[in-house]
Design a protein around this ligand. Structure first.
Ligand code: MOS
Length: 704
C-alpha cells in the first residue's frame, strides 16, 4: 500500500488552531465596528401586517433598524453556480412575505452586540399567519429540475422485462431525516467599505473567488473592488460556499451606514438560515438472478426545497456508478415546503443515496443467502453506466477484499441474532462507499526568499481539511526543501485563484498548480533545487524570485470517468432492553488515487465516518408541524457524536495514483468518508437484531 501513501506531516495550522491564534471571520479586529443582530420571523408562512421599530430605534446604542420597509440597496445577481451563486434566490428584506420560520425580517445595528440583540427583541411584528406546509407527506412532488445541466431522470434497458425475468425481487423504501451542517464555527460576516465602491468581506468561504464575484454583482462593483478574507474556517460541510442572506444584508447596511458591520448567527438562527440537508424518501427496486447477478435497479427519490430557491438532494447520482445492471431506471422528485433552503451537505446525494442503495444490497444478499461482500464483487461495474466511460484507477474490489480481511469478515455467522457479548447482541455490517473525482482550474504563486524559505500564495482555503499542509508538502517535495521551510498563505481574494473547496475538488485542482509553479520557479532561475536559488539570491542581493502557474482539466473527462471508492466494515453492540447501541469497531478502506498526506487524509475519512455515525444514530432536525418552527435550535438539541460514541476508526488506502486525472494522481477525500456509513451501521443492526430499520436516525426507541 506504500505506493499511494504520501508522507504524514502534521497540520501546518494545527498549533494556531489549538492555541486560539487562528483568526476566524468574526474575530478580525476592525476599528469603528458596529454590530448587527437579526430579527427573525416567528411564523413559517404568511405576511407581515405591521412592523413597529420605534421602540427599538430609541433603545441605547441603536444606530439603525432595517426592515422590508426600508431595505438597503442590493442588486439581483445572476445566481448561477459558475458565476455568482447565492444560497437563497430571494434577497433579504425584499418583500413582506414570510416563507419559512426564522426567515430574516429585520436587522438592528447598534454599538455593541448586546445592545443590538436587546433592541432586536423590541421590534414588534404582527403577522397574517397561514398554516405552514412542513410535512412532505402532504406536499406535492414534481419531477426535479436538472442540476449542473445534468438531468435527474435516466433510464437504460427495459426495466419491466428485467424485473420480470429475475428470480429474486424486492422493493423497499428508506427515509432520512432533515440534517444540519452544525459546523463548530458559526456563520459570521464582517463587511467593511472604503467609500461606496470598495468592499472587504471577512466571511468563512469555501470558494474565495466565487464569493468575490457574487458580492461584486450584489453591489454593482467590478470584482477587483471586492476583497474576500477567509484564512481559517471552522468547518463548513457545504454550508459556506456562497453568501447567505445575513452576509448580503450585513454588507448592504455597512455600505449605507458607512461603518464596518459584523453579523454573527446564533445557533438557533443557523438552524433556520444557513441551510440543511433535506429529508429524503427513497424507493429501491432490485431484481437479480438466483446466483446474484443484478438484472434491474430502480431508484426513486423524493426530497424537499424551500419557496425561495430550488435545491434537490441528488441521490440518484450514485446509482449508475455502483453496480452493473442491464436495466436501470432513476427518478428524482422535489416538493416545496415552508422551510429555509436546503443545500449541499457533505456528499450531497451520494450520502443519502448510498444509505438506500447499500441497505438494499444488504437486504438482497440476505434474500439470496449470499455474502454481501460477494454480491458487491459480483456486480462491480467497470464503466460509469450513465456516461458510458470506463473508470480510471478504480480499486473498489480491493477496498472490499482488504477491508474484509482487516475486519475478519470471514468469521461472520450468516445468521441474525447469532453473536452476543456481555449480554448484548453483536452485529457486523458493511457497505460500499463512493464519491466522484472532481477537478477545476486553479492557480498558485511561489516565491523563493534569500532566508531559505519558500512562500506559496493562493486564494484556496482550508476549512479543516488540511489544505495548508498538503500545499506545503507538495511544494517542499518539488523544491527539494524541508516542509518547515514552506510558508503557505490561503484565503484571500488578492491571491491567485485557488479554486473551490467543494465537491472534494480542492486538492486535485490546486496541487497540479502548486507543482507547476514550483517547477516553473526553478526553471526560470535555471536551477535544479531551491537551495541553488537561495544562494544565488543571497549573492545577488535580490529579494525574491517568483513564478505563478495555473492548471486546469483537459479532455481526460471525455475518455475516463473519475470516481473514488471505499468500503466500511463495522461492529455494533446493542442492549435491547434499553435500546442502547454502541458502535464498537470500525474499518474503512479507501481508494482515492495517490494519498498526499496519510495523516490528514485518514483524518478526513474519520471525520466522515463520525459524521455518518451521527446521521445513522442521532442527527435529526424536527419541525413543529403546527407552527413550522425547527424544534432543534442548538448543539444540545441537535445531537451529534461525542467521543464516547466513537470507536477506534481504522483507515487504510489502496489502489494506484490516478494519473489520468491529474499530474498529482490525487482524487479528493473530503466527502467519500461519510458515504455508506449509515448503511454499514443499519446492516450491522440487522445482523445483531433481525430488525431492518429503514428510517434514519436509528434512535433507541426503534431498537426496543
Ligand atoms: Mo461539499 S457538500 O461540496 O462542501
Amino acid at each position: 500500500m506504500n505506493k499511494v501513501n504520501g508522507s504524514a506531516v502534521s497540520r501546518k495550522d494545527g498549533r494556531a488552531k489549538v492555541t486560539g491564534t487562528a483568526t476566524y471571520a468574526a474575530e478580525h479586529q476592525i476599528p469603528n465596528l458596529v454590530h448587527g443582530y437579526l430579527v427573525t420571523a416567528s411564523i413559517a408562512n404568511g405576511q407581515i401586517k405591521s412592523i413597529d421599530t420605534s421602540t427599538a430605534e430609541k433603545a441605547s446604542g441603536v444606530i439603525a433598524v432595517f426592515t422590508h420597509k426600508n431595505p438597503p440597496k442590493i442588486f439581483k445577481p445572476t445566481n448561477n453556480f459558475m458565476t455568482s451563486k447565492i444560497y437563497e434566490a430571494r434577497l433579504p428584506l425584499s418583500d413582506d412575505k414570510v416563507y419559512y420560520a426564522g426567515q430574516i425580517v429585520g436587522l438592528v445595528v447598534a454599538d455593541t452586540f448586546e445592545r443590538a440583540r436587546h433592541a432586536a427583541r423590541l421590534v414588534k411584528v404582527e403577522y397574517a399567519t397561514e398554516k405552514p406546509l412542513i410535512d412532505p407527506a402532504k406536499a406535492t412532488f414534481k419531477e426535479a429540475p436538472s442540476m449542473f445541466g445534468e438531468g435527474m431522470k435516466f433510464q437504460k434497458g427495459d426495466f419491466t422485462t428485467g424485473m420480470a425475468s429475475a428470480t429474486a425481487k424486492m422493493e423497499v423504501t428508506y427515509k432520512t431525516s432533515t440534517e444540519l451542517h452544525a459546523p463548530m464555527e458559526p456563520h459570521a460576516t464582517i463587511a467593511q467599505w472604503q467609500g461606496s465602491d470598495s468592499l472587504t468581506i471577512y466571511e468563512p468561504s469555501q470558494w474565495v473567488m466565487g464569493t468575490q464575484r457574487t458580492y461584486a454583482e450584489l453591489f454593482g462593483l467590478p470584482k477587483e473592488r471586492v476583497r474576500i478574507v477567509t484564512p481559517f474556517i471552522g468547518g463548513a460541510f457545504g454550508s459556506k460556499a456562497f453568501p447567505w442572506p445575513h452576509g448580503i444584508l450585513c454588507a448592504a447596511v455597512a455600505r449605507q451606514l458607512q461603518r464596518p458591520v459584523k453579523v454573527v448567527l446564533t445557533r438557533a438562527q443557523m438552524t433556520a438560515n444557513a441551510g440543511h440537508r433535506s429529508e429524503t424518501e427513497q424507493t429501491i427496486r432490485l431484481a437479480a438472478t438466483a446466483d446474484g447477478n443484478l438484472m434491474s435497479v430502480e431508484h426513486d427519490v423524493k426530497s424537499c426545497t424551500s419557496l425561495v430557491d430550488v435545491f434537490t438532494e441528488p441521490c440518484t447520482g450514485i446509482t449508475p456508478v455502483m453496480y452493473a445492471a442491464p436495466n436501470l431506471r432513476l427518478k428524482q422528485e422535489l416538493a416545496v415546503i415552508n422551510t429555509g433552503t436546503p443545500t449541499f451537505m457533505r456528499a450531497p446525494g451520494e450520502n443519502p443515496g448510498l444509505w438506500a442503495l447499500e441497505s438494499a444490497m444488504d437486504e438482497l444478499a440476505w434474500k439470496l443467502k449470499m455474502d454481501p461482500v460477494e454480491l458487491r464483487l459480483k456486480n462491480e461495474t467497470k464503466e460509469h453506466q450513465r456516461k458510458g466511460l470506463p473508470f480510471s484507477a478504480k480499486a473498489f474490489s480491493e477496498c472490499l477484499r482488504f477491508g474484509a480481511e482487516q475486519f475478519g469478515w470471514k468469521d461472520r455467522p450468516f445468521q441474525v441474532r447469532s453473536l452476543t457479548r456481555n449480554g448484548k447482541l453483536i452485529g457486523w455490517g458493511m457497505a460500499g462507499s463512493t464519491f466522484p473525482g472532481g477537478r477545476g482550474a486553479a492557480s498558485a504563486k511561489v516565491r523563493l526568499l534569500p532566508d531559505g524559505t519558500a512562500h506559496i500564495l493562493t486564494a484556496a482555503n482550508d476549512m479543516g481539511t488540511g489544505a495548508y499542509t498538503v500545499v506545503a508538502s507538495t511544494a517542499a517535495e518539488v523544491l527539494g526543501i524541508p516542509v518547515e521551510k514552506v510558508r503557505v498563505d490561503l484565503g484571500d481574494s488578492l491571491l491567485p485563484d485557488g479554486g473551490l473547496a467543494g465537491g472534494s475538488m480542492m486538492t486535485a485542482s490546486l496541487l497540479p498548480a502548486v507543482m507547476s509553479a514550483c517547477q516553473e520557479v526553478l526553471k526560470s532561475a535555471k536551477a535544479k533545487t531551491a537551495e541553488e536559488v537561495f544562494s544565488s539570491l543571497r549573492q545577488s542581493g535580490r529579494a525574491a524570485v517568483e513564478a505563478t502557474a495555473s492548471s486546469a482539466p483537459g479532455a481526460e473527462g471525455k475518455k475516463w470517468a473519475f470516481q473514488s471508492w471505499g468500503a466500511h466494515f463495522c461492529e455494533v453492540s446493542i442492549d435491547e432492553e434499553i435500546g442502547r447501541l454502541q458502535v464498537t469497531r470500525w474499518v474503512s478502506v479507501m481508494n482515492i488515487g495517490r494519498v498526499i498526506n496519510a495523516k490528514t487524509a485518514a483524518s478526513q475519512v474519520r471525520g466522515g465516518v463520525i459524521m455518518g455515525l451521527g446521521q445513522a444514530l442521532m442527527e435529526e432536525c424536527h419541525f413543529d408541524p403546527n407552527i413550522g418552527y425547527p424544534v432543534v435550535y442548538d448543539l444540545a438539541t441537535y445531537h451529534f457524536p461525542a467521543h464516547a460514541d466513537i470507536p477506534r476508526i481504522e483507515v487504510a488506502f489502496v489502489g494506484e495514483p490516478d494519473l489520468n486525472f491529474n499530474p498529482a494522481g490525487v482524487r479528493g477525500v473530503g466527502e467519500i468518508g461519510i458515504t455508506g456509513v449509515s448503511a454499514a451501521i443499519g446492516n450491522a443492526v440487522y445482523h445483531a437484531t433481525g430488525k431492518r430499520i429503514r428510517h434514519l436516525p436509528i434512535t433507541p426507541d426503534k431498537l426496543l
